[in-house]
Design a protein around this ligand. Structure first.
Ligand SMILES: Nc1ncnc2c1ncn2[C@@H]1O[C@H](COP(=O)(O)OP(=O)(O)OP(=O)(O)O)[C@@H](O)[C@H]1O
Length: 239
């Protein structure tokens, strides 16, 4: 495997606060990579740096061999990076089908729109809710719809910010299976996540962030067995 995404010496300061500290993160093409760490570790900041929402204070980001450090988010999206934030950005009043059509319409030819929308509805297990307003979907279904809208862009790299937040264990498990199916289709995934069961279900590689630095990295078994990692979580709780 080769690195699809690589950050080198990545830094971000907010005033005197050093939130991302010399991060060298390599994301291999074809993997599901989970970013974990205690509250305030800098996960969301790193996520936003990779997406281009924040400009780094130092360092570089390489994607598919190109330096994208200075590119705007929409330029990164055009290069095949797609994102799903924690809060669903769906159109509540439109139907589930219409939401997917909006996401798809600029990326496929008109005559393929219906078939591709059907395929996505099936894949997301939302076929029975296709004509319902998206606002009526359950929390989990809204998250899947938004994953579907991100996937409609045919990404090479999918960035997910806490994809299972607020989900029931069943929804969380179903989301894991959805990600694994996407990954089997060739999509590389970077997910910020708190749910360790989910991380165990999907992750090939886990990176632990602590105080803005990479603290540990490896398989879920390596990470769970690492006493240093357990220590940084002691006293931490998360909603
Ligand atoms: N825009 C900002 N301006 C100033 N400080 C910020 C900003 N964004 C984040 N921070 C600070 O940077 C630190 C890391 O925040 P970040 O949200 O990246 O952590 P996190 O690991 O995602 O946390 P959580 O798990 O609680 O979401 C925190 O101390 C936070 O207060």
């Amino acid at each position: 495997m080769t690195a699809l995404l690589q950050t080198t010496g990545l830094n971000k300061r907010f005033g005197g606060l050093h939130v991302t500290n010399d991060v060298d993160l390599a994301l291999q093409e074809g993997e599901i990579h989970c970013l974990i760490g205690p509250n305030g570790a800098g996960k969301s900041t790193l996520f936003r740096l990779i997406l281009g929402v924040y400009a780094p204070s130092g360092g570089h980001i390489l994607y598919a061999g190109q330096d994208i450090t200075a590119l705007r988010p929409f330029q990164r999206i055009r290069m095949g990076i797609s994102v799903k934030f924690q809060v669903p950005g769906i159109f509540q009043a439109l139907s589930t089908r219409q939401n997917l059509e909006i996401a798809l319409q600029h990326h496929i030819e008109r005559h393929r729109l219906d078939a591709e929308t059907d395929r996505l509805l099936e894949f997301l297990d939302l076929r029975n809710s296709a004509s319902q307003p998206a606002g009526n979907l359950s929390h989990g279904q809204k998250q899947w719809l938004e994953i579907g809208m991100a996937v409609a862009l045919k990404p090479r790299l999918l960035l997910l910010d806490e994809p299972t937040a607020g989900m029931s264990p069943q929804e969380t498990h179903a989301t894991g299976e959805l990600l694994k199916a996407l990954n089997a289709d060739g999509v590389t995934v970077l997910a910020v996540e708190h749910d360790m069961e989910f991380v165990r279900q999907v992750a090939h590689t886990v990176t632990v962030l602590h105080l803005g630095r990479i603290f540990a990295q490896g398989s879920i078994d390596t990470i769970v067995a690492d006493e240093r990692v357990a220590e940084i979580y002691l006293g931490e709780s998360h909603d």
